[in-house]
Design a protein around this ligand. Structure first.
Ligand SMILES: [Zn+2]
Ligand SMILES: [Zn+2]
Ligand SMILES: [Zn+2]
Length: 221
């Protein structure tokens, strides 16, 4: 085939396409004109046929058949086969509109069984969290009600204290010396769950100087 022949072949195909487009425009206008005269009880069926099978735009259908999806809910959902995201089994899902086809979330669904399993797992997890929270709450209550000296011996305080020292790079916040170091409470209100800002790492001498200047410690540091 020569280049000229190939070009002509292409041009012919293009002409056919234009002709087909013109014919489909005429056919659409004709169809819509006839559709306007259709009986009321057949309108919904026709509208759905045009929408799902003939790919008519929704706006055009609503205009000609005097429908409104937001008011009439005329689009009848279609059933589609979907492969479950989890178990890969095929299941049937209702497709509410053509737009849903484009939404990833429509295709990324789980079958009923997998969804139920998921839900159960989530519920179990949240129950565990709740239990854990309650335990923690109770423990904090306990820590706050015990004598302060006793609190300073608990594994909770030891962990918080170690963390404060670690954050301070094991140096006094005021003179930068390496110690011996104390972890001083600026406030006591979060006992058992102290914030980083509640505490300050001080060396022994800075600590005693600090307490000389300010009021004596409420609970001995
Ligand atoms: Zn599944
Ligand atoms: Zn110091
Ligand atoms: Zn102190």
């Amino acid at each position: 085939m020569t280049l000229i022949e190939a070009l002509e072949f292409y041009q012919d195909a293009l002409r056919d396409l234009h002709e087909a487009n013109e014919r489909i425009d005429v056919a659409r206008d004709l169809l819509l004109k006839v559709a306007e005269t259709i009986k009321d009880e057949e309108r919904l069926e026709l509208a759905n046929f045009l929408y799902w099978k003939l790919e008519f735009p929704r706006k055009k259908i609503e205009e000609v058949l005097r429908l409104d999806q937001t008011k009439n809910r005329w689009i009848t959902p279609q059933e589609r086969k979907i492969s479950c995201r989890e178990c890969r089994r095929t299941f049937i899902k209702k497709l509410p509109s053509k737009w849903a086809l484009k939404e990833r979330s429509f295709w990324a669904e789980c079958c009923e069984e997998c969804s139920r399993k998921r839900k159960e797992e989530r519920e179990k997890e949240s129950a565990l969290y709740k239990e854990h929270d309650l335990e923690r709450e109770a423990r904090i209550k306990e820590l706050r009600s015990m004598p302060y000296r006793e609190y300073l011996e608990t594994p909770e305080w030891k962990a918080i204290r170690d963390q404060a020292l670690h954050y301070a790079h094991y140096r006094c916040k005021l003179c930068y010396s390496r110690g011996p170091l104390h972890v001083h409470h600026r406030v006591y209100r979060n006992l058992g769950a102290e914030y980083h800002s509640d505490l300050v790492v001080l060396c022994e001498s800075c600590h005693s100087k600090y307490h000389e200047k300010s009021a004596p410690p409420a609970r001995a540091c």
